[in-house]
Design a protein around this ligand. Structure first.
Ligand code: KG4
Ligand code: ZN
Length: 365
């Protein structure tokens, strides 16, 4: 029998509190009935990064509001829902606990099944939500907290081909902006400055290109930028607008070329799976960068592979992706109990070695 499922999703693993309702009839495209996101940028802006305790408290205050708004927007009551999906990790643990406890409360009160979702699976399954992409496809997650190449085989099965060994690219953009006195979030400010800059004036390192594989590193790039900035300040007494634009352009060019080359390597590994219609998807806030997007699209063209990027609102943290990932798990028979644990670290690919480091946006898993 063809089954239609309606799932409520909750997300609170970083600095966005979100609730959404997604419905899908088996074999058809999924529908987002509502997607509510309450960001916390203002709460953290004075501290230069996300403060975990402030984030957790704000999530606890906002989650029920988000659920009410998501139900209202969809014109539904809890009785119309089939299951409750919640991000159970990885992320800032206080926030993840807030979401898991809220979902458990709703599940206990209504008797609805509870489904714990890996936040990274939420991002990685988004191309199926938005474009109905078939498995296996290659996914590049690039955000302020994540950076990894994944082959998605099924809702529960991912192979991590490589990822950052230190900073995520978004973090590197944010730090660059801070070093140059540009506003946060750094990505859009650095991209805007780079437009009037000369990418060839400063040659920054292309980290790990000399090593085989798809691992990435961005912390050395930030240090190189800081040294160059200090050298200019020592020599000239300060930075001109053009210096700043050239520094941004040089930095962005290094990120673009590194991601392009690592993506070539990841695609070559993915094509070994012999997919019928090769698809490379990108998600995460950094996917908003037009130079990066253009470079990835060109690389996909070299391999005759389709390139897809979800709309920005679904690239960045949201609960529609959690509801959809929960729906896919639910359909395949997965259920969690009230003993569901919140996990600060939770690698998608359990067989690959743990990633190092924990950025300002929590564990990179
Ligand atoms: O996915 P996201 O909203 O949050 C998580 O990190 O989970 O990504 C935010 C990151 C920030 O570091 C921001 O600076 C970066 O994405 N970003 C960009 C651009 N827009 C946002 N980075 C480069 N270029 C952009 N245009
Ligand atoms: Zn995320």
């Amino acid at each position: 029998m063809v089954q239609t499922l309606t799932v409520l999703g909750l997300e609170s693993s970083c600095d966005d509190t979100a609730a959404a309702i997604v419905r899908q009839t088996e074999g058809a495209k999924a529908e987002i009935l509502s997607s509510i996101v309450h960001g916390q940028t203002e709460l953290h802006s004075a501290y230069g990064g996300v403060v975990p305790e402030i984030a957790a408290r704000a999530h606890a205050e906002k989650l029920d509001v988000c659920v009410i708004q998501a139900l209202e927007k969809a014109g539904m009551a809890l009785g119309d829902i089939d299951a409750i999906a919640v991000t159970a990790g990885p992320g800032l643990i206080g926030g993840v606990i807030s979401g898991v406890m809220c979902a458990k409360g709703l599940s206990a009160a209504t008797g609805l099944p509870l489904i714990g979702v890996n936040h990274l699976a939420g991002h990685a399954l988004t191309p199926r939500l938005t474009d109905g992409i078939a498995f296996p496809y290659l996914m590049l997650l690039v955000s302020g907290g994540h950076c990894q190449y994944l082959i998605a085989h099924s809702p529960e099965d991912f192979t991590r081909l490589g990822g950052t060994i230190d900073d995520a690219p978004g973090e590197a953009f944010d730090k660059t902006a801070r070093l140059l006195g540009l506003p946060q979030p750094g990505g859009p400010s650095v991209e805007a400055e780079a437009k009037s800059g000369d990418p060839k004036r400063f040659r920054f390192p292309r980290p790990l290109l000399d090593r085989p594989g798809c691992d990435l590193s961005f912390s050395g790039l930030k240090t190189a930028l800081m040294r160059t900035r200090d050298q200019i300040v020592t020599e000239k007494g300060g930075l001109t607008r053009q210096d700043r634009a050239d520094l941004c352009a040089g930095f962005q060019q290094a990120v673009v070329e590194t991601l392009a080359e690592k993506t070539r390597r990841a695609i070559a590994l993915y094509l070994e799976q012999d997919p019928d219609e090769p698809v490379i998807a990108v998600a995460g806030g950094v996917a908003a960068n037009s130079a990066i997007r253009a470079a990835l699209e060109t690389v996909c063209g070299e391999f005759d592979a389709r390139f897809t990027a979800p709309p920005l609102a679904l690239c960045t943290d949201n609960a529609a992706m959690i509801a959809f990932a929960g729906l896919e798990r639910f359909r395949s028979g997965a259920r969690d109990g009230l003993d569901l644990m919140a996990r600060p670290r939770w690698p998608l690919d359990q067989s690959s070695p743990a990633m190092l480091g924990s950025g300002k946006k929590g564990a990179k898993a």
